[in-house]
Ligand binder design. Structure first.
Ligand code: THU
Length: 160
C-alpha cells in the first residue's frame, strides 16, 4: 500500500481591486452576465465570462427549468456557446460570480463538479491551461491556474 497525497495551489485575492485591470474587466462581464440568469427556483444567479485567444469574450448564466435537471449551469452555458461559436479558439481565462437572493454571497463560489468536468474537456482538447477566477457577489476572489487544479483524478479521453 502506498499513500498518495494530492495538492492544489490557489491564489486568494482580498477583493476585485487587487486584481489586474483585464481580469477586473472579465469579472465585470461575468457580473453583467449574472443579471441575465434565469433562476426563479433557486434564486441563485451565476454568471460566467470566458476570454478566448481571438479576444472575444463569451458569457453565460444559469438557466433553470420547471423540470429541475433540465436546467444548465452558467459555466456550461458559456463554454458550450464558446465551443459552438468559435470551435477553433482557445479558452484563456474564465471568470465566475454568483449571488443568492437568500443570503449575502461573500464567499468565493467554485464551479460545481459537472462544470469542472465540462471545462476539463476543453482544457485537455486545447492542450493549454484555462485560468479560472471565482467569487461570490462581493469579497475574496480565488484564482486557479488551471482547471486540472480543481479536478484531481479527472476522467478523460485517455481512458476510452
Ligand atoms: N449553478 C451554476 O450555474 N454553476 C455552478 O457551478 C453551481 C450551480 C446554478 C445551477 C442552479 O441554477 C443554481 O445555480 C443552484 O444550484
Amino acid at each position: 500500500m502506498k499513500e498518495v497525497k494530492l495538492e492544489t495551489v490557489l491564489n486568494v485575492y482580498d477583493g476585485l481591486s487587487e486584481l489586474p485591470h483585464d481580469i477586473q474587466q472579465l469579472i465585470d462581464a461575468a457580473i453583467k452576465a449574472r443579471e441575465n440568469a434565469y433562476a426563479p427556483y433557486s434564486k441563485f444567479k451565476v454568471g460566467a465570462a470566458i476570454l478566448l485567444d481571438n479576444n472575444e469574450i463569451v458569457i453565460g448564466s444559469n438557466q433553470e427549468n420547471a423540470s429541475y435537471p433540465s436546467g444548465l449551469c452558467a459555466e456550461r452555458t458559456a463554454i458550450y456557446y464558446a465551443g459552438a461559436k468559435y470551435p477553433n479558439a482557445k479558452i484563456l481565462k474564465m471568470a465566475l460570480t454568483a449571488s443568492s437572493q437568500n443570503q449575502v454571497t461573500d464567499a468565493p463560489i467554485p464551479p460545481c463538479g459537472a462544470c469542472r468536468q465540462s471545462i476539463s474537456e476543453y482544457e485537455i482538447k486545447q492542450e493549454q491551461p484555462i485560468e479560472i477566477y471565482f467569487m461570490g457577489a462581493i469579497g475574496k476572489v480565488v484564482k486557479s491556474n488551471s482547471l486540472a487544479n480543481l479536478l484531481p483524478l479527472g476522467f478523460d479521453r485517455s481512458f476510452l
